[in-house]
Write a protein that binds this ligand. Structure first.
Ligand SMILES: C[S@@+](CC[C@H](N)C(=O)[O-])C[C@H]1O[C@@H](n2cnc3c(N)ncnc32)[C@H](O)[C@@H]1O
Length: 310
């Protein structure tokens, strides 16, 4: 079987994600091709893993890869926030998030994730959803497009890019969109460290899959369902994701339930988790060299308190 994706920060996760007890359940919320899950199943023979992915194409690959583990692996086709919202099964001793998309999406999905390819502008993880990136590009007002590109891509030329998109509609293919963006930005920006379409493509992918709005509810629920003493690992790849993870973990570690506008804490704080490190872990130099997409990864790890601290 062709595996496209190299799992990120695997050694760090194997070392820190599973607490003392190694018998029980792990929920891999972003299964992908199953790289992390496979390593955990091999390393911890008493572990059972529920692996979630919204994308049926990649889920099928993971199911085939993990078949040798029999009923120690349970696949689920769902958005992780929706799955966790309804979850009432065995309390997991570990929950893993490895946000974003997989190399499979760029290399083999034929859904326009890569600006280097001539593919339809789709980018949906759930192919039953109605909205595609093509519809966003070809029907949204210029201001709304610019806002999306700015908000979810932190792209400083968002307004120019949105104007160029609107002037060149209809746009059908990913390389066509990349070319329009290339021409829209200042010449100096075209030869920077990343392709000038990178941030716009990231923004469109985030928008069509509503990626960011799923993170906080999923992390909150993960803390709730976690076994006391259990751990959560969250790998993010850009500042928008990492900011949400950092903020939610900090809040849960402080445990204050006062409204944000309160001048000072009026409640009895009840910390739910402790941060395993103040700063996120980052990949080793060796990993960055052997797997360049890992370069921007940040891993935050937390542990749920055995009892809620008053
Ligand atoms: C970075 S990849 C995971 C790679 C995997 N950890 C490995 O080692 O092979 C992220 C995966 O999560 C899926 N995904 C992203 N957001 C999701 C969500 N909100 N709910 C369910 N699946 C999601 C994507 O389809 C993708 O396959």
């Amino acid at each position: 079987m062709d595996i496209c994706h190299t799992s990120v920060m695997l050694n760090e996760l194997l070392e820190h994600l599973i607490p003392k007890s190694v018998e029980g359940l792990m929920i891999d919320c972003t299964l992908g091709e199953g790289g992390h899950t496979e390593a955990f199943l091999k390393t911890y023979p008493l572990l059972h893993v529920i692996g979630i992915d919204r994308d049926t194409g990649i889920l099928e690959k993971a199911i085939a890869r993990l078949a040798p583990f029999g009923d120690r692996f349970t696949p689920v086709n769902a958005w992780f926030d929706e799955f966790l919202a309804d979850y009432s099964g065995e309390q997991p001793l570990a929950v893993l998030f490895d946000f974003g998309i997989s190399s499979y999406h760029y290399e083999a999905s034929n859904r326009g994730f890569s600006f280097k390819k001539h593919e339809p502008l789709d980018m949906r993880l759930n192919r039953n959803d109605e909205l595609t990136v093509g519809q966003i590009i070809n029907s949204y007002r210029q201001e709304r497009l610019a806002d999306i590109i700015y908000q979810f891509g932190e792209e400083r030329y968002s307004r120019r890019i949105a104007a160029a998109i609107c002037q060149n509609r209809p746009i059908v293919a990913s390389d066509e969109l990349a070319q329009i963006i290339w021409k829209a930005v200042p010449a100096a920006y075209r030869y920077g460290s990343i392709h000038p379409a990178t941030k716009t493509f990231q923004a469109l992918r985030i928008a069509v899959n509503r990626e960011l709005e799923r993170i906080i509810p999923a992390l909150e629920r993960a803390i709730d369902v976690l076994l006391p003493g259990g751990r959560i690992g969250a790998i993010s790849f850009h500042s928008l994701e990492d900011r949400l993870v950092k903020q939610l973990f900090r809040q849960a570690a402080i445990g204050c339930s006062c409204p944000p506008q309160a001048p000072r804490c009026m409640c009895e704080p009840r910390p739910k988790i402790r941060l395993l490190s103040k700063k996120p872990l980052i990949p080793s130099e060796e990993e960055c060299n052997t797997n360049p997409p890992s370069r921007s990864a940040k891993l935050r790890l937390v542990e749920k308190f055995e009892v809620t601290h008053a």
